[in-house]
Design a protein around this ligand. Structure first.
Ligand code: 5GP
Ligand code: ZN
Length: 142
């Protein structure tokens, strides 16, 4: 599965170069060209899936294995103190490339990055009602 207009499909096909660091039959990992910190890499399925909902769950274990293997190597190679795994889904969440991908971002003590600001619920009734609504939604679609 390949999308002609997709930059990551072009990378998978070898039509656009990348700094490849890991590859299996279904997965490719390469350096992000605009790293949050140096060593920031992407893990992508070779097939074109738009986002988490389009992505076959059966591939999840392979992605997780890649994240462990590549992530361990990134942390060791960069001397990082930690790592974020991040996936942006849809434009509102910051997704710019609509080929599902997981960011592996090496993190350093005091690197100053804060991924998001947190808020709070008005009260526990609001939180409880929302949890129940989500739970009901899961039951209705599964
Ligand atoms: P998104 O915001 O969709 O989660 O992230 C897309 C990421 O892909 C960005 O961090 C961006 O730097 C990276 N990216 C975009 N185009 C290219 C490219 O041609 N090559 C590489 N290696 N990374 C890219
Ligand atoms: Zn693609």
């Amino acid at each position: 599965m390949n999308n002609q207009d997709c930059i990551f499909c072009k990378i998978v096909a070898g039509d656009i170069p990348c700094f490849k660091i890991y590859e299996t039959g279904n997965i490719l990992s390469f350096l992000d060209i605009g790293p949050v910190n140096k060593g920031h890499a992407l893990v992508i399925p070779k097939n074109h899936y738009k986002n988490i909902w389009d992505f076959p769950a059966e591939l999840g274990a392979e992605v997780l294995t890649a994240a462990q293997v590549v992530g361990d190597a990134i942390v060791k190679a960069t001397g990082a103190d930690g790592m974020n795994i991040l996936m942006n889904n849809n434009a509102a969440a910051g997704q710019l490339v609509f080929h599902a991908h997981f960011h592996l971002i090496p993190r350093f003590k005091n690197d100053g990055f804060k991924l998001w600001k947190q808020s709070e619920y008005d009260n526990m009734d609001e939180a409880s009602a929302l949890a129940q609504k989500i739970e009901k939604m899961i039951r209705s679609v599964n």
